[in-house]
Design a protein around this ligand. Structure first.
Ligand code: DON
Length: 563
């Protein structure tokens, strides 16, 4: 990543970081059902479905579609993601995988390392609507059309944007990367060309037309009907690779989640091609070998062990993980024994340099925005969903006349065979581009059960930091016994093997100065300014009353709706 690009990303993404003392997640307690996500109209769309007798999956589909209107930077129909579903008490969770796919014409070397991450060529075949369709067909109760109505209305009549969205739109519109995308400027720019402000109405008539087709004809409108034609035309006009055939061939897949037991709980994570479940499972299995709860959550020993565990798991992620339909994944990554062996390799007094751990990978350098929401209802069903356009506003390509953005997910593949470097670029074979292959993801929608019953749901945006954000929230609950609110508010820690630098969210807080100093004393490099773009909208259960507790992370916007 070049410096200007890195700086741009910092402004685009990290500009919204908030000060720790301001962190006060909004909490809702409810008997019947809860929907927690980044957008108030999005959460309310889901809640409406629950109130009408729909279940968590109906609510999740309505929320995902509504957020494709109200969260333009990450909510989408032009991207993809992962939906974890707990169908009910005692029933095994499933993972609906709707990750984007490389078009048939994609080739391993299609991108030089300095290729732009914007524009038509970096778009993967979108998966969102096939994923939501599959979830609805398998588990939904309400008619599809009803689930799409809020999205149609929000696009047609507009909605009041919140402060976060106003700021985000203003930044992206002014950014040099977006200037050349005329349709983006037309669709998301304010008519009077003034900056957006909280409370302004964003009306999206083209998108309303698109959603009306989806309401009337289902996902087929997008993959085989009129919308497919519009996408193919857009691709041809802009030099992209996606054809009508690519769209017609796209399938969402039902996958077995990654199950990891941890101190009497079962943690279910997203299957490959997300590295989320596998990497988090490996970290939990390593962490089980330490008695962290006997140490303070904020002790240097805890931080040290967590960094070392992250480093080792992210190395294995880089070394082995890719689309399991294309590459063989070593079984040992899921074994407690292997994790124990890795845990034993941790020196409790000092860091292990990342480069010493991976002598087999020659060293020769990911990003924001994504969004996570969680849903649970009184039947014991729950949904944990993360979906994304990859960067905020994806490729910046809006399909002409159709009003929606396309992802830039091809950037999640490894672009150059053999090019693994200290900046974090990975060149291992498992995640190289191949036609029809799905790019490795870090999305980590997670469900935790206790004795087969729903216990919690969490997940986050944040590129490679996602897995560690989800790990932190889960650990704060299961290991340290924090309330869900505190678990979400707590500062986050991140290490991803390379770059060999740890990030601690509250590194600048005076009260953490001794901790920071002691982490450094163990030899770790620690970033001085460490925003981690986590945004973990989570749900738990009040163990005393059995009521659902929704916690909306306030690091961006965020709204927990319940009844
Ligand atoms: O699937 C992935 O791992 C990435 N495309 C996610 C990007 C992301 O989280 C950006 N968010 N802040």
């Amino acid at each position: 990543m070049n410096k200007t690009y890195a700086a741009l990303l910092l402004v685009l993404v990290f500009g919204f970081g908030i000060h720790a003392e301001e962190r006060n997640p909004q909490v809702v307690r409810a008997k019947h059902g809860v929907v927690v996500g980044v957008s108030q109209p999005g959460s309310e769309a889901g809640l409406k479905m629950l109130q009408r007798g729909g279940n968590s999956v109906d609510a999740a589909v309505a929320t995902a579609l509504a957020m494709a209107v109200t969260v333009p930077e990450a909510g989408n129909i032009g991207g993809g993601g992962f939906m974890m579903i707990l169908p009910g008490p005692g029933k095994p969770p499933v993972c609906i995988e709707y990750r984007e796919t490389a078009p048939a014409a994609a080739t391993e070397n299609m991108f030089p390392l300095n290729h732009t991450r914007f524009g038509h060529r970096v778009v993967g075949v979108p998966g969102t609507l096939r994923g939501l369709e599959l979830a609805h067909k398998k588990y939904g109760k309400l008619p599809w059309k009803q689930l799409v109505v809020p999205a149609v209305q929000l696009a047609r009549d507009g909605f009041e944007i919140d402060a976060f969205t106003a700021k985000s739109l203003n930044k992206v519109l002014a950014g040099s990367a977006t200037k050349r995308f005329a349709e983006f400027q037309r669709v998301f720019g304010k008519e009077d060309k003034k900056p957006w402000a909280k409370g302004d109405r964003l009306i999206q008539p083209d998108l309303a037309k698109t959603f009306q087709l989806i309401a009337d004809q289902g996902a087929d409108a997008f993959y085989r009907g009129r919308i497919a034609g519009w996408i193919a035309e857009e691709m041809q006009a802009g030099g992209g690779l996606i054809t009508k055939q690519d769209l017609a061939n796209y399938e969402a897949k039902l996958r077995r989640p990654i199950k990891t037991s941890y101190r009497g709980y079962d943690v279910f994570g997203a299957a490959l091609p997300s590295s989320g479940g596998t990497t988090m499972g490996l970290m939990l299995n390593m962490l089980e070998n330490f008695e962290l709860r006997k140490q303070n959550r904020w002790s240097p020993a805890t931080a040290h062990i967590m960094i070392e565990v992250m480093r080792r798991a992210y190395l294995d992620r880089a070394r082995h993980l890719g689309d399991a339909d294309f590459v063989k994944i070593p079984e040992q990554l899921y074994s407690k024994q292997y994790a124990q062996q890795l845990a034993k390799s941790i020196d409790l007094n000092k860091e292990t340099r990342s480069e010493y751990l991976a002598r087999d990978i020659p060293l020769a350098d990911e990003s924001p925005s994504t969004t996570h929401f969680s849903v649970a209802d009184s039947s014991g069903m729950a949904v944990s969903n993360t979906y994304t356009l990859e960067f905020s506003y994806g490729s910046r390509v809006v399909v002409r006349g159709a009003g929606f953005l396309l992802n830039n997910e091809m950037g999640d593949f490894n672009w150059k065979r053999g090019h693994t470097d200290r900046k974090g670029r990975i060149g291992t074979k498992a995640n190289l581009i191949q036609p029809g292959k799905r790019m490795l993801s870090s999305q980590t929608p997670t469900l935790v059960t206790k004795d087969g019953k729903f216990y919690m749901a969490t997940g986050s945006p944040g590129g490679r930091t996602i897995i560690n954000t989800a790990l932190g929230v889960v650990l704060n609950r299961l290991e340290f016994g924090m309330s869900l609110k505190d678990a979400v508010a707590a500062p986050r820690l991140h290490h991803q093997w390379f770059p060999d630098v740890a990030r601690f969210e509250d590194v600048e807080e005076a009260k953490f100065a001794p901790l920071v100093q002691q982490i450094k004393a163990r030899g770790h490099q620690l970033n001085d300014k460490a925003y981690i773009q986590g945004d973990a909208h989570s749900i738990g259960v009040d163990e005393k009353t059995g009521r659902l507790i929704g916690v909306a992370d306030d690091r961006r916007s965020g709204f927990a709706a319940g009844y």
